[in-house]
Design a binder for this molecule. Structure first.
Ligand code: ADP
Ligand code: MG
Ligand code: MG
Length: 882
């Protein structure tokens, strides 16, 4: 088996299409090398070796070593150097690289190959002892941390002590002797902590490095990242070994990262940061503050230090040209890592650039206009879930605000929450239902769970490409990074700016689009959608086959949803209307009624109110389908549960407290989810069904009489038997006849059923004899199919995901094998009985892209979701059609 793929010198064994085998980094290094870009030579050990490694008790295939040796020798030839040669040593980096990039998840070891002999060789060759010792001490530090598992801060402490003893502030102020002394101290620390020496044999170093990358695939933070991003654990990582190039060889050397377009806005210019005389991780680690690549960005930020375009114009031009070449080659915006060694530019990585939703839209539309991609590709380039970012409110510019601190606008959007200072605390409070903002000096991969739980992130240190910034953008969390004057005190659980202290739990507001943190709560306003948004949505609409409806209970929701492009209401919940104003009084009288007459009296009160609601919704929807679900929840949900409330309610209802309590007790259910709800209420109290049907039908007649078209659809919930549906349908038809007699006409209306019980799904063929439409209530269908109570599932379903038993929470994304199959069966049987039947989905899943794909596959007519998810669903439906 070929386990090792070489690249460099204008050639490569692999290419960009081999990302599964070579990982994203390795595949793209190969591609860049073969299209003639300056890539330091190296080789990739495949992901299959990783799989082998875990399947065989952490052992390698027997023929791997020979292949690695040959590849090392080959890259040495290209570089004119040799690993471990004291006179002419080759130094390498060992880099991980999974199929998809996992920022900060896997660690890289730089400068591997240094030992007491080779460091002397480097000194002779470069005539630069400081550089040699700086490289060596970095290597010992990184290797000890990444491969040997020692704590990073133990080394930082030694450096701090050295700087203090010398009375200097910056690493760069340490000279060769200082760095040599550091190296010796570092190695002594390793001996002390591990009871064995730091490896000086380059062979051991190399295999230690390779083993560490493979092992890191299973480390906790990598697993967390995979779980959050739904990356299968069996993909494995590749290892890249690459000849080192040095950005820390003086003032004509540098290192940096760049995006071919601005990842926050999508604007077309080289965007990024660089550091002169620095190596690799210095840029992302947030230790020194990097400078912008382009002059334009420096000017916008008001920076004093020169941009790369100004300081190194020739290098800038070269980088720009390479960026253009890569964009045209991949037909996609690229995120590149580069290093300049003494005036020569080297490319170390390229990949599709992560971007905000706003940038994604602009870039997709621009690339179509530039002729690089077509509309179908553009539609596939934007992650539907990311649109959420755009659809949510931003800070109201006119609202009064008290500025607390400013930093970089690292990830757009606004958020309000309680300040918390540790990831664990953030997660805990968020689980208890609090909105939190995670505030850290800087974030690291250990903080991922807290960043995920938080509404927004603030850091005191770090640039636009710091860990916090990159991860926040990826997750769609607003982030303000690098607030220079912010002091975070983890012990006291507080932060300070000057003398203004904010303690844990105090509310702050952040604006990630402007890079500002405010004290307290600042009011928000609704988003304005740009031209790019509408353009992409139009393209999506021209591609998709599924219609997109919305779940809306009020005319306001209906209006919002229509402005987002909803083509109907897939679920209008009538019970929500029961809580409006003092209607609840009549609702309670209806529930507490002892006789049918009493109940009808109370219902007569409710009728005009419900009718009025429906009329308004019909007017807003102007002829689009409106699916109204009859009363669904168990009646005790409308009764008081607290002692203090009984008195008032009893008085309102005109009965004694004792009677009220007794009634409440009889309505108590052990398992309300499976209790007296839905059509079961209609079986017991047909007059409720009749009132609601009358409200709908009268409203439809009235609005039609105004000259507005109406498409009213009455939906029966929790149906298991056809007999239940028939009973409801008979009541509704009877009401319709009465209305016809009274008003002289019958409006346009349909009767249909929800499919939310397995029995209903299986009996769909029979139900379709009566039902003119089906709507999958996938929340209940998931509960009843999996036998998991949705309200109790949170804590234990997390364990399922942590243990890798389930990739997705079935309440977020439809369980395709179980619930999905029932849906497919129901759709098929329903259509067999009634070919023209309309079938859709109105559960929470209707706005989930993965579930929408399933709905398209099983041939549904529409999905219905909450108003803000409508654009998400439109785009997801288009992607499902491609
Ligand atoms: P990550 O996946 O975390 O980005 P990388 O493998 O890309 O890790 O390495 C991080 C950084 O280390 C790179 O951006 C680059 O600056 C530096 N680096 C890696 N390999 C080399 C190399 N061969 N020569 C110089 N710098 C390197
Ligand atoms: Mg890294
Ligand atoms: Mg990288």
């Amino acid at each position: 088996t070929k386990w090792v793929y070489a690249f460099g010198d204008g050639k490569a064994d692999g290419d960009a299409s081999m990302r599964n085998l070579l990982g994203g980094k390795g595949a793209n290094l190969a591609e860049m090398s073969s299209i003639g870009l300056p890539v330091p030579p190296g080789f990739t050990v495949t992901t299959e070796v990783c799989t082998y490694f875990y399947a065989n008790g952490h052992k390698y295939p027997s023929d791997l070593k020979a292949q690695v040796d040959a590849a090392v020798e080959h890259m040495g030839k290209i570089m004119g150097a040799k690993l471990g040669d004291p006179k002419n040593p080759l130094l390498v980096s060992v880099r991980s690289g999974a199929r998809v990039s996992m920022p900060g998840m896997m660690d890289t070891v730089l400068n591997l190959g240094l030992n007491p002999e080779t460091v002397e060789g480097v000194i002779k060759l470069t005539n630069n002892p400081r550089f040699a010792w700086d490289s060596y001490r970095r290597f010992v530090q990184m290797y000890s941390n990444v491969v040997l598992g020692l704590e990073h801060h133990d080394f930082e402490e030694i450096i701090e002590a050295a700087k203090e003893a010398k009375g200097v502030e910056l690493d760069t102020e340490l000279d060769a002797d200082d760095l040599k002394a550091l190296t010796v101290k570092f190695k002594a620390l390793v001996q002390k902590k591990l009871g064995k020496p730091f490896p000086d044999t380059v062979e051991d170093q190399l295999w230690g490095g390779i083993g560490a990358v493979f092992s890191s695939w299973m480390c906790q933070r990598a697993q967390t990242y995979r779980r959050l991003n739904k990356i299968p654990g069996d993909w494995g990582t590749a290892v890249n070994v690459q000849a080192m190039v040095f950005g820390n060889r003086g003032e004509t050397s540098a290192t940096g990262v760049a995006f071919t377009r601005d990842p926050a806005t999508g604007e077309n210019y080289l965007y990024g940061e660089y550091l002169i005389n620095a190596q690799g991780e210095d840029v992302v680690a947030g230790i020194r503050t990097p400078q912008p690549i382009t002059k334009l960005v420096r000017e916008r930020q008001g920076g004093k230090l020169p941009s790369m375009q100004e300081a190194m114009p020739k290098m800038y031009d070269e980088l720009f040209a390479i960026g253009q070449k890569l964009e045209h080659h991949f037909k996609e915006v690229q995120d590149v890592e580069f290093t300049i060694q003494e005036g020569k530019l080297w490319m170390l990585q390229c990949r599709a650039g992560k971007r905000t939703a706003k940038a994604a839209l602009k870039i997709a539309v621009d690339l179509v206009n530039e002729g690089l991609i077509n509309k179908e590709t553009a539609v596939q380039r934007v992650d539907p879930s990311a649109l959420d970012q755009l659809l949510h409110p931003t800070l109201d510019p006119k609202a009064p605000k008290t500025k607390y601190t400013t930093g970089l606008a690292a990830s757009p959007g606004a958020a309000i929450g309680e300040a918390v200072f540790t990831a664990d605390e953030a997660e805990k409070l968020a689980n208890d239902g609090h909105d939190v903002i995670l505030v850290r000096v800087e974030t690291s991969p250990e903080d991922i769970h807290g960043m995920h739980a938080a509404k927004g992130i603030v850091t005191a240190r770090g640039g636009m490409t710091s860990h916090a910034a990159v991860v926040a953008r990826g997750m769609g969390r607003p982030c303000v990074a690098g607030c220079g004057n912010l002091r975070v005190d983890y012990d006291k659980k507080q932060m300070t700016v000057g003398d203004k202290v904010i303690k844990q739990g105090e509310v702050i507001t952040i604006d990630g689009s402007a890079g500002v943190v405010y004290v307290g709560r600042v009011s928000m306003q609704n988003p304005e959608l740009t031209g790019d948004f509408n353009t992409l949505m139009e393209w999506a609409d021209s591609i998709r086959k599924l219609k997109v409806y919305t779940n809306a209970d009020t005319p306001t929701d209906a209006k919002t949803a229509r402005s987002f492009g909803a083509q109907g209401i897939g679920l209008c919940r009538t019970e929500h209307m029961f809580f409006e104003g003092d209607r609840i009084v009549s609702v309670r009288q209806m529930i507490l009624a002892e006789t049918v007459e009493e109940r009808e009296k109370a219902l007569a009160h409710l009728l005009p109110m419900q009718r009025g609601d429906f009329e308004e919704i019909f007017r807003v929807m102007d002829g689009l389908p409106v699916i109204i679900r009859l009363l669904d929840p168990p009646l005790h949900e409308f009764l008081p549960h607290k002692d203090v409330e009984y008195e008032a309610v009893a008085k309102q209802a005109g009965i004694s407290i004792e009677k009220l309590k007794a009634k409440s007790a009889t309505l108590h259910e052990f398992n309300p989810m499976l209790g007296h709800r839905g059509i079961r209420l209609g079986v017991t109290y047909p007059e409720i069904t009749a009132m609601q049907a009358r409200a709908v039908i009268e409203a439809a007649v009235n609005v039609e009489n105004e000259g507005i078209k109406v498409d009213a659809e009455i939906m029966i919930p929790i149906v298991a038997w056809k007999q239940e549906l028939d009973l409801a349908a008979d009541i509704i038809k009877k009401v319709a006849e009465d209305v016809k007699k009274e008003k002289g006409k019958l409006p346009n209306f349909k009767i249909g059923t929800m499919i939310e019980l397995p029995r209903a799904a299986l009996q769909a063929g029979k139900l379709a004899e009566t039902a003119q439409f089906f709507s999958f209530g996938t929340n209940d269908l998931t509960q009843t199919t999996c036998g998991i109570s949705r309200d109790d599932a949170g804590p234990f379903l997390t364990d399922y995901q942590v243990k890798g038993l389930l990739m997705r929470d079935p309440f977020v994304s439809i369980d395709r094998d179980g619930v999905g199959e029932l849906m497919a069966i129901a759709a098929e049987r329903g259509k067999k009985t009634r070919p023209e039947i309309e079938i859709g989905i109105c559960g929470e899943h209707g706005g989930d892209p993965n579930s929408i794909e399933l709905c398209a596959q099983i041939g549904l007519n529409y999905v219905s979701c909450s108003p803000f998810r409508v654009p998400v669903a439109r785009l997801a439906a288009a992607q499902a059609a491609l």
